[in-house]
Design a protein around this ligand. Sequence first.
Ligand code: FES
Length: 156
Amino acid sequence: MKPNDLSVGEVAARAGVPVSTVHFYEAEGLIESWRTPANHRRYDRRELRRIAIARMAQSAGISLAEVKEVLDRLPRERAVGKADWAKAAAPWKALLDERIEMLERLRDQMGYCIGCGCLSLENCPLYNAEDALGRNGPGARRWIGADDERVALESD
Ligand code: FES
């Protein structure tokens, strides 16, 4: 038992999140707590940094699963150092670079599309920018079933 550990209310107040968010992050495995003999949750102060990282990453569009992957790489037994953080968060740089590039492409295309307005499924990169399945041709492309049923749907 560490005297400086925080209650859930203190963690929420210091992190600037609702208590429900603290419970949610804990349920998702992003942060940890321990229980007092009276069964009250207590959080090490280091959990505040994990919450800050999770909130910052989520606001940048990084999914909770991706946040957890990075947080799982950080040491729990000691304070997180600059080198730990740089190593753990390296995959986010590539991910964010990719998203920035996609958003820049969309922004550049948007000027043209505002004047055009066709929203063509075939030609407009804004209307269906991420249509990876569309490259396989028309018709249903996702089906979880027997192969013969899939063929029937794809030929519709
Ligand atoms: S709206 Fe016509 S190409 Fe995008």
